[in-house]
Design a protein around this ligand. Structure first.
Ligand code: ATR
Length: 300
């Protein structure tokens, strides 16, 4: 690839004659586990493909992605901070990508760029694989940014009893409630928003079965929850899911201190990758890949 706008880490499709080339694009990208995960899936299902990493400059995503596809690239995963740029780039969006407001998976089909979002489905599959019951559950979602919005639809489709969205800027949580009101109704879910301060009022807040942290607070070694709020929402039967991975965050510590079970987001990363892989290579390969084995390998 000749682009000066992107750092090409082994992704130029022209260098891989006869091999289907994919890439993950983000900035920064060198830490990404996606090339390793997709190499494992390709190995498990005997696919002749190469999956590299691409680091477009900030503001340079569209150019880098267009060059990648023009050079023959088959598909691309998109991560921070380019998921909105990817949505803008796609010619065709799946309904769930439209609802999510962001795209993490692109592919070229008949000359058009398709965009989907597999993050929410990845979260749901990881939760189910960990034995969490979502139907009829009381769920609290912390955050109302891109990561939170991407998972609201797939969580609602599991028909929880309640989905409460709490965000530091509460107006953003209110907006998500408005966007997803119809889907909540269709799934018999009570969808509400509450402020982070509202979680401190034990008269109004009952404990939750599942609490998902989709905020970026853990990146700054913070939790969105005060200790008063944590005491209200966690009981030993609760499950606390942190979307970040690679470290035990303050949010996870708060849950552990109250006897709850916790998980980081590594399983979600592997499961969203599995969905992208199947979109690109064919759903019939679902039986050939073993995402839980890949997760176990990543953890070891
Ligand atoms: P992402 O794509 O990771 O969701 P984002 O769209 O910038 O990134 O959203 C970040 C989310 O983390 C938001 O919900 C943000 O809250 P605000 O909407 O109030 O900004 C939340 N967040 C970030 N740092 C936080 C902190 N220290 N405490 C609580 N919430 C925090």
């Amino acid at each position: 690839m000749t682009s000066s706008a992107a750092t090409d880490l082994h992704t130029d499709p022209k260098r891989f004659d006869g091999v289907d080339v994919y890439a993950v694009a983000g900035n920064p990208i060198s830490h990404s586990k996606s090339p390793l995960i997709h190499a494992k899936f390709a190995q498990q299902s005997n696919q002749n493909m190469h999956y590299g990493a691409l680091q477009p400059e900030l503001g340079g995503f569209a150019k880098a992605a267009q060059e990648f596809f023009a050079a023959g690239g088959k598909g691309m995963n998109v991560t921070v901070p380019f998921k909105l740029d990817a949505q803008a780039l796609a010619d065709v969006l799946t309904p769930r990508a439209q609802l999510a407001g962001a795209v993490n998976t692109l592919w070229n089909q008949d000359g058009k760029i398709y965009g989907d979002n597999t993050d929410g489905a990845g979260l749901v599959r990881d939760l189910l694989a960990q034995g969490i019951t979502l139907k009829g559950a009381r769920i609290l979602l912390l955050g109302a940014g891109g990561a939170a919005r991407g998972v609201v639809g797939p969580l609602l489709e599991q028909s929880p009893k309640n989905l409460v969205i709490a965000n530091r800027s509460s107006a953003k949580a209110d907006t998500l409630v408005t966007i997803f009101a119809n889907l909540a109704k269709a799934n018999n879910t009570i969808l509400e928003s509450v402020s982070l301060e509202g979680l401190e009022n034990s008269k109004n807040i009952a404990p939750f079965d599942l609490v998902v942290n989709a905020t970026a607070a853990g990146l700054d070694n913070l939790s969105p929850l005060s200790n008063v709020a944590a005491a209200n929402i966690f009981v030993p039967s609760s499950f606390a899911y942190e979307m970040l991975y690679g470290k035990s965050t303050s949010f996870m510590q708060q849950a552990l201190q109250r006897g709850a079970r916790v998980s980081d987001g590594l399983g979600m990363l592997v499961e969203q990758a599995a969905d992208a892989f199947l979109l690109w290579r064919g759903a019939d390969l679902a039986k050939s890949i073993d995402s839980r084995a890949v997760l176990t390998e990543l953890r070891s």
